[in-house]
Design a protein around this ligand. Structure first.
Ligand code: NAP
Length: 322
């Protein structure tokens, strides 16, 4: 089968289209013909081997797993002898922490984050849901305990996480303000945001507004800068954890009032991620949320897709059609 492999950490050019052995499913695995996968920040980290600390997991001198890709949408074309939940012909979508989705075929455990696709969405719209939308559920619902009529500010509202976050916060009945650049104001409004702040013209930390939840999906703000924009018991959420935020999370968990929170969604137990995923499947099937796609690249163009994502300006998700 064809797959994108890399043998060393580095720039997008380390990614090469190769002919490799097609995998065979173990007893509790399903073999999936991948039709769509994605390029996310996690793939970039795996490719570059940065931050260096991550190499304890990815391989100290070079990548241990040579085919990237955490999420997929496709069709079940084979099942191991002990598989009970899926059958050949099922259209499925999901994600796997063992990677390997930049390929025509991937094997995943039937007990991984995997389910059948709603009929009303394409493979391209299905593939990005696992990483970005589950993360949004983990932050807004899990950490933020989002409630109806709360005021919620989404920083990075035009990005992969942000486009889902605006829609999911609206689904929970919040009053949503999205922060994005001039070019993306119309997009963020179209996703249902009640208010949009163009960060090139206005600094939300100085306009006197306060929010019950501030969700920074791209790590461009800080708890300290946002503190005055939080209500008395407001929660600051950041998808990007650094050492300062880590200390603030500990500090604010001990003392009452405003809280700072973050989490590594991929480290949550499969059961928890699958529960969020099933909730998202329902929202997709009833068209309450949709995937925003910036662009689709063919498998042979994965390096170009990585280079584009690295620029940090994508709108929604970048999909690879396999
Ligand atoms: N903790 C977790 O569990 C978890 C899980 C998944 C991802 N993540 C992290 O989440 C981060 C975001 O991922 P993503 O895929 O959503 O990013 P992304 O799609 O690449 O986000 C970029 C978007 O943000 C906009 N933007 C750039 N600067 C901005 C600013 N100052 N204010 C508002 N918007 C701005 C960009 O548009 P303009 O440049 O035009 O403004 C672009 O639309 C990554 O760092 C990833 O590692 C964390």
């Amino acid at each position: 089968m064809q797959a994108i492999e890399y043998a060393q950490y580095g720039a997008p050019e380390v990614l090469h289209l190769k002919e490799v052995t097609k995998p065979s499913p173990k007893s509790k695995e399903v073999l999936i013909r991948v039709y769509a996968t994605t390029v996310t920040a996690a793939d970039l980290m795996m490719r570059t081997g940065k931050p260096y600390l991550g190499r304890l997991y990815t391989g100290l001198t070079g990548p241990k797993r040579t085919i990237l890709g955490f999420e997929f949408a496709g069709e079940v074309v084979g099942v191991g002898e002990a598989v009970t939940l899926f059958k050949v012909g099922d259209k499925v979508f999901g994600g796997t922490t063992t990677l390997g989705c930049y390929a025509e075929y991937v094997c995943v455990s039937e007990h991984d984050v995997l389910t059948t696709m709603p009929d009303n969405i394409s493979y391209e719209e299905a593939a990005p849901v696992n990483g970005s939308a589950i993360t949004v559920m983990n932050f807004l619902k899990g950490l933020g305990k989002i409630q109806k009529n709360q005021k919620v500010l989404i920083i990075g509202a035009s990005g992969g996480l942000g486009t889902y976050a605006v829609q999911i916060a609206k689904h929970f009945g919040a009053e949503v303000t999205g922060v994005c650049s001039t070019n993306n104001v119309a997009l963020v409004k179209s996703l249902g945001a009640d208010n949009v702040i163009d960060y090139t013209r206005e600094d939300f930390t100085k306009n006197g507004e306060q929010y019950d939840i501030i969700f920074d999906t791209i790590g461009k703000s800080s708890f300290s800068a946002c503190k005055n924009s939080l209500t008395q018991n407001g929660v600051y959420l950041s998808a990007v954890l650094d050492f300062t935020l880590f200390l603030q999370m500990i500090g604010t968990s001990i003392f009452g009032g405003k809280k700072a929170k973050s989490s590594a969604t991929g480290m949550l137990p499969v059961k928890e991620r699958l529960n969020y995923f099933m909730e998202l499947k329902e929202l997709l099937s009833t068209s309450k949320i949709k995937t925003v796609i910036d662009n689709c690249y063919p498998l042979s163009q994965v390096a170009a897709a990585h280079a584009y994502v690295e620029k940090g300006h994508k709108k929604g998700s970048i999909v690879i059609s396999v």
